[in-house]
Design a protein around this ligand. Structure first.
Ligand SMILES: Cc1cc2nc3c(=O)[nH]c(=O)nc-3n(C[C@H](O)[C@H](O)[C@H](O)COP(=O)(O)OP(=O)(O)OC[C@H]3O[C@@H](n4cnc5c(N)ncnc54)[C@H](O)[C@@H]3O)c2cc1C
Length: 470
């Protein structure tokens, strides 16, 4: 088949509503939400069913055209932007149905284009919780969350997308539909295709639906923001909070003073949480099924013990849902804070939880030596060992001059991460941003296995080329 009649074929499959032809509309799909990654595409196709998806993939494969699956386009690694201008972007935005919900099995099956916020809303309607929670949840889609193995603020208790998923349906690069929508907690029948597709960033196939785990919905929250002297104090506080709050500990998020300062600038109407500034802050939340107020006293006990031990300098415990939301806004506004604070070089790293203070101390010292005055923003999910370590330029250095040093700075930060047994991407994925870093840090054995897998699924290299593997 000639590529010239591909648009006719695609229109025949998805109808005129499913094919975007106005070039003016391409920008929304070809450019990442923050404008950092720009690509070009030949077509934007929006199938509305798995059958249409399979027919689109088959048509593109026959025409030898690269395919780029796209969800809500909130990814931070350039995974959803084409690196080849001949590509077809395949958007999941018309596949957003709730296929089934089974509260007595604690599962729901949704199409991949459903937004995370809608998944949470459908779970809440049957008095259940779907615990994945990201600041981008109004726009990101469950297919994108699966493909990046998204994490967020509640991994500490519930795990990331790998732990929250029981089954998948996907269209593989040859156009075949794999229906693995099983709501099973136990299944030992050979290779786990679902876990291969989760975190594959669309390089092994297109996820069209998923069966997700649901949990009891919490009724009681105890949420505190505390000021801390050091990351080491945060680590000790994490263990102390665990000892007092046990499994109810939901979130433990760290923020550096610089991050708090800029979120107060970036969020209209934000009020400083304390009269004084502190070197570090932690947002701690416990949640349970008991009567509202039940978790307040164990949280208070944990915090007063932490003050006695000098781990916490000051703290505030939310008195109302409105105050809880205001505290969370300071954490969830970090994307805006980073933008307001300058053009940073972002790192989404993880190290063993016990090594977080060591990582921050070594990275701060190493960067200060090569870029005096550098402002190392750092925040993240310290309970998972995942720090978003985003150095900003010194105030007297042009952002462009600073970002030109990206490779040198990446090497310094990632070498420390590797030395501490960590990962260069904890939850945002590799995309195009970290593909060469992945090649640098993975062993030859692991890279050979990755390439063999890619060839087995996608022998013609048409599924999201240029991502994950260079
Ligand atoms: C303000 C903000 C806060 C964020 N906070 C977090 C956070 O706390 N934790 C976190 O993990 N991430 C976070 N992110 C990053 C982002 O929201 C996640 O990576 C999210 O999972 C991406 O989903 P998406 O639907 O937007 O995917 P996209 O950006 O559209 O795509 C991401 C990747 O998945 C592939 N893909 C998308 N859909 C499919 C599909 N159906 N089948 C196969 N491949 C597919 C794409 O090709 C691409 O490689 C944040 C982003 C923003 C803007």
């Amino acid at each position: 088949m000639l590529t010239d009649d591909l648009d006719e074929r695609l229109r025949g499959i998805v109808g005129s509503q499913g094919l975007i032809e106005q070039r003016a509309e391409f920008e929304r799909y070809c450019v990442s939400f923050d404008g950092v990654f720009r690509g070009s595409a030949r077509y934007i196709v929006r199938p509305s069913s798995t059958a249409q998806m399979a027919a689109v993939v088959t048509a593109c494969r026959r025409a030898g055209i690269p395919m780029v699956p796209q969800g809500g386009n909130t990814g931070l690694a350039g995974g959803a932007q084409p690196t080849d201008a001949r590509s077809v972007i395949i958007s999941l935005e018309r596949m957003r149905a709730l296929r089934a919900i089974d509260p007595s099995n604690d599962t729901m099956t949704v199409e991949a284009g459903m937004t995370l916020a809608d998944v949470q809303m459908h779970a809440a309607r049957v008095d259940r919780l779907f615990p994945l929670s990201l600041a981008s949840e109004g726009s990101c889609q469950i297919g994108g969350n699966l493909s990046t193995n998204a994490g967020g603020t509640q991994v500490l208790r519930y795990g990331n997308m790998r732990s929250l998923t029981l089954g998948l349906e996907a269209v593989l690069p040859d156009g075949g539909v794999w229906n693995g929508l099983r709501g099973l907690r136990k299944d030992s029948t050979g290779y786990d295709l679902k876990q291969l597709l989760i975190g594959a960033e669309g390089t092994l196939g297109i996820i069209t639906a998923a069966t997700l785990r649901l949990f009891p919905r919490p009724r009681d929250f105890a949420t505190a923001l505390v000021g801390l002297p050091t990351p080491a104090a945060a680590l000790d506080l994490l263990h102390l909070a665990r000892a007092h709050l046990g499994e109810s500990l939901n979130a433990f998020e760290l923020m550096r003073q610089e991050c708090m300062k800029w979120v107060l600038v970036a969020l209209p109407g934000a009020i400083p949480p304390f009269a004084e500034e502190y070197p570090w802050y932690a947002l701690i939340e416990a949640a349970g099924q008991g009567e509202p107020g039940t978790l307040r006293s164990p949280m208070e006990e944990a915090l007063s013990k932490a003050m006695e031990e000098g781990l916490v300098i000051d703290g505030v415990l939310a008195d109302s849902e409105a105050q809880r939301r205001r505290l969370w806004a300071l954490r969830e506004g970090q994307a805006e804070a980073q933008k307001a604070g300058g053009a940073g070089i972002k790192h989404d790293v993880s190290v063993p939880v016990s090594q977080v203070p060591e990582f921050i101390a070594r990275a701060d010292a190493a960067l200060a030596k090569v870029v005096p005055g550098i402002r190392p923003f750092a925040f993240g999910h310290v309970g998972d060992g995942n720090i978003h370590y985003n150095p900003m330029p010194p105030l007297d250095v042009e952002p462009q001059a600073f970002t030109q040093r990206r490779e040198e700075i990446n090497r310094i930060v990632h070498d420390i991460v590797a030395d501490l047994g960590g990962s260069i991407s904890a939850e945002h994925g590799v995309g195009q941003l970290r593909a060469s870093e992945l090649a640098h840090y993975k062993s030859g054995v692991e890279l050979r296995a990755f390439r063999a897998l890619k060839r087995a699924f996608d022998p013609h290299g048409l599924m999201n080329p240029g991502k994950v593997l260079t």
